[in-house]
Design a protein around this ligand. Structure first.
Ligand code: SF4
Ligand code: SF4
Ligand code: FES
Length: 240
């Protein structure tokens, strides 16, 4: 058992003009931040709004701001996030607050669409399966960046998104990079034009907050650097 029998928790309540409210939650061994929020909702105040689905780090729906930093709450142990008997939980930054710990994810996913984040097939059902050697450079670039769960932790941690709300952001650009390296995809030119504009890859200041905070240990900064390279080359040879 832990040294502290209870945890003092501050949780954001209401919309953007809401305020923190204080709760006391019993400590448990291996307790996650999501366990704490769930305790408050089930045993203290059933009106508390929050999101989760898988509880095992796969769905990306449980991200919140915990002690000032964006995190996936189902895989974040209370013991790992600062002071052991105090916790502050707020909605993700850089997205509109709907209520309590729930943000509107629409702007985040709209930017995936703007970055042409959907695969555009070139083959038909009649064609054989594509063979993409795992050792090829393009396949390796895809493999390094593909495990994104769409949690928006990187987006909430990006200063450029805060300063420039139309910036496509690390997750959408990371997705675009995986598709630019997918030899089966047929929309590379259109996608490059979508990510090379003022709100695209060149707006990234390479601060690496996204890479530092991504719970899946992806490196959106590296993907964005790849897009910058390809976009610059295309601009120089006149193909952009
Ligand atoms: S590296 Fe680029 S995308 Fe990532 S947090 Fe910094 S500015 Fe944002
Ligand atoms: S890149 Fe990482 S932090 Fe960003 S949405 Fe994907 S999994 Fe989450
Ligand atoms: S609840 Fe699915 S990632 Fe946390």
């Amino acid at each position: 058992m832990t040294a502290h029998p209870t945890l003092a928790v501050r949780i954001w309540r209401g919309g953007v003009d809401g305020a923190f409210r204080d709760y006391v939650v019993p400590r448990q061994p291996s307790q996650t931040v999501l366990d704490v929020v769930t305790h408050v909702q089930r045993h203290v105040d059933a009106t508390l709004a929050y999101r989760f689905a898988c509880r095992v780090g796969m769905c990306g729906s449980c991200a919140m701001t915990v002690n000032g930093k964006a995190r996936w709450t189902c895989r974040t142990h209370v013991d790992a996030v600062g002071t052991r008997d105090r916790l502050e939980i707020a909605p993700l930054a850089n997205l509109p607050v709907v209520r309590d710990l729930v943000v509107d994810m629409a702007p985040f996913f709209d930017k995936w669409a703007q970055a042409r984040g959907a695969f555009v097939p070139t083959a038909t059902r009649a064609d054989a399966f594509a063979r993409v050697p795992p050792s090829s450079a393009q396949r390796q670039a895809v493999d390094e960046a593909i495990e994104c769960i769409g949690c928006a932790v990187c987006y909430a941690s990006c200063d450029v998104v805060s300063w420039k709300p139309d910036y496509l952001g690390p997750a959408a650009l990371n997705r675009a990079w995986t598709l630019q390296n997918d030899v089966r995809d047929g929309a590379a030119g259109e996608r490059l034009r979508a990510v090379a504009g003022d709100a695209g890859c060149h707006a990234c200041h390479t601060h690496q907050s996204c890479t530092a905070r991504c719970p899946k240990h992806l490196a959106p900064t590296r993907s964005i650097a790849g897009l910058k390279r390809v976009a610059t080359r295309a601009a120089l040879d006149g193909s952009l």
